[in-house]
Structure formats: C-alpha cells, structure tokens
Ligand binder design. Structure first.
Ligand code: PEP
Length: 306
C-alpha cells in the first residue's frame, strides 16, 4: 500500500525520527533551555516587541482542526483507488471536529473527487499565478474551480526550493487563487541554514508579510509552517499568531488556522496535536499510508482539551 517515496522526504523523515525518537537530543534541548531561548528571542525583533494577543470583543468560533494529505508526485490510478478506499472506510471524528483535505497529483484530481467520501475534500498541489493562456504545462485557478476543486496548496517548500518560487510570486498566486474562489493552504518555512542562523521568525514573517500585503481576507487561508527541526517547540506557531495580531489584526490572528508540516505520522501526531497554537497538519509521506487515518483522529486531542 505505501507508495515509494523519493529520497528527499525519506531523508527528512529519518532526520525527524532521529530527533523525535530521542525526544530532544542535547542540541535541541540546548535551544530550549530558558537562557538559550531568551537569547534567541532577543534576536527575533519581529515578535519580541509585540503586544500580547488581545482577544476580539466577540468570541469567535474555535479554529477547526485541519488535516491535509499532500500526495506529491506519487502514485497511479490504482493507488488512488486503494488510498481512497482506506479513507472512505475509516471511522474518523465528525466534520465538526476536523476538516480533511487530500491533495493528489493534478491528473488524479477528478478521479479522487469522484471516489472520495463527501466529508473529505481535495486540493490541487499548485496553480498558475494568473489567468490561463499561453503558459505551457500550467494549470489555472479557473480550471480548478471549473473542476470543482475547492482547495490548492501554494508555496510548498519543494516548489520554493526546486522551482525558485519567490515569496512575492507565491503571494501573487495566493491572491489570485483566493480571488477565483479557491481556498488556499499557504506554506511557509525556513531552511536549516536560516534556522541555525537564528532567523526563523524573520524568514517566516517575511513570507507571511508578502501574502498579507496582497490579501485582505484570511477566511479561506490555512497557514502551513513546514520545517522539520521546530518539532515540539510550538514557538513558531505562537510567533506567527502574534505576527498576524500585530500586522493584520486580532480577528485574523484569532481565526486563521496555522498548521504544521514535516514528518508527521501516526506515532507522533497526538503529541504534536497537543501543541498550543497548532491547528492541524499538512502530511506528506504518511498521507499515502493507512496511518493517515490515525493522524485525522488526532483531532480528538484538540477537541478533548477545548
Ligand atoms: C510536506 O512536504 O508537505 C510534508 C509535510 O512532508 P512529510 O510529511 O513527508 O515530511
């Protein structure tokens, strides 16, 4: 059943598992020591001076847990059938507790849409930055809307790194897709070098700012933070929410779902789901396997603590 993964995700997963299995090896523990952490915070001008989140006057609906499955460039029509069968037969928390969106390759979008249970939705893995036309190989937002595909993943780190998609380009895509009526899983995240240089929050704030400058309504955006090495700290999610609070507004900070991606699997999902300010997952490798059902079920961790 599991589909072969390319070596990059496997490397990321191995790296994560090493770190996670050891539950904070010394170099990560050092990062989390109060002093080291305070020192790191000092560098992060973007959040250090931010005010506490002021809750909007009227209580807002709680953010619904979100689980996305990014199938990337994997599989065949038969694999789609197998994965969808597992999902369709799964007993998972109700739609009130969790929103599930799977993202097959373009060529399988219609097949997956036709087979998938009605309470799960599909996402495309990308779309063109503006109206279609003479852009060979691209898929426009209008085409996705025409196929009744409700969601699209934009700014995934693999596209930023391998196809040189800049933050401005990603932001233009986000704005255009939203304007066409698509909902967007917008991905941000820093490289390991940037992490090691202590610039995580600056990098993700700049990526978020590029988007914030081009959209005014965040209702249909799920912000996805996706590095491997921030596992378990919850710090970046908290920083992003504060960034939204200070730069976009309290209502958007309160209502926008900020999810996490990076080697999430059936074994670690519950512990991760318990992190404050983390509203769900974007799952790569494990979304091709039956354990994706366990990841969906981790939504109960949040509903239990609500
Ligand atoms: C991803 O790249 O979107 C992702 C989360 O992958 P994985 O879960 O395999 O780390």
């Amino acid at each position: 059943m599991p589909l072969p993964l390319s070596s990059a995700p496997r490397r990321r997963a191995a790296c994560f598992l090493r770190r996670f299995a050891l539950l904070r090896p010394p170099h990560i523990t050092a990062r989390l020591k109060p002093q080291a952490h305070r020192a790191h915070q000092k560098k992060v001008k973007t959040t250090a001076s931010l005010p506490l989140i002021r809750r909007p006057a009227r209580p807002m609906a709680p953010r619904k847990f979100f689980v996305g499955g990014n199938w990337k460039c994997n599989g065949t029509g038969d694999d789609v059938k197998k994965i969808v069968t597992v999902l369709n037969e799964a007993e998972v928390p109700s739609e009130d507790a969790v929103e599930v969106v799977v993202s097959p390759p373009f060529v399988f979008l219609q097949q997956a849409t036709g087979l998938l249970r009605p309470d799960f939705a599909v996402a495309a893995q990308n779309c063109w930055v503006r109206k279609g036309g003479a852009f060979t190989g691209e898929i426009s937002a209008e085409m996705l809307v025409n196929l009744q595909v409700p969601w699209v993943i934009l700014g995934h780190s693999e596209r930023r790194a391998l196809l040189n998609e800049s933050s401005d380009f990603v932001a233009d895509k986000v704005a255009y897709a939203l304007a066409q009526g698509l909902k967007v899983i917008a991905c941000i995240g820093e490289t390991l070098e940037q992490r090691e240089a202590g610039t995580t929050m600056e990098v993700v704030a700049a990526q978020t700012k590029a988007i914030a400058e081009k959209i005014s309504d965040w209702t249909n955006v799920v912000l996805t933070y996706e590095p491997v090495w921030a596992i378990g700290t919850g710090k970046v999610h908290d920083g992003l929410r504060k960034w939204l609070q200070a730069n976009v507004g309290p209502a958007v900070a309160e209502s926008t779902r900020i999810i996490y991606g990076g080697s999430v699997n059936g074994a670690n999902c519950k512990e991760l789901a318990a992190q404050p300010d983390l509203d769900g997952f974007l799952v790569g490798g494990a979304s091709l396997k039956p354990e994706f059902v366990d990841i969906i079920k981790s939504a109960t961790v949040k509903s239990a603590s609500a």
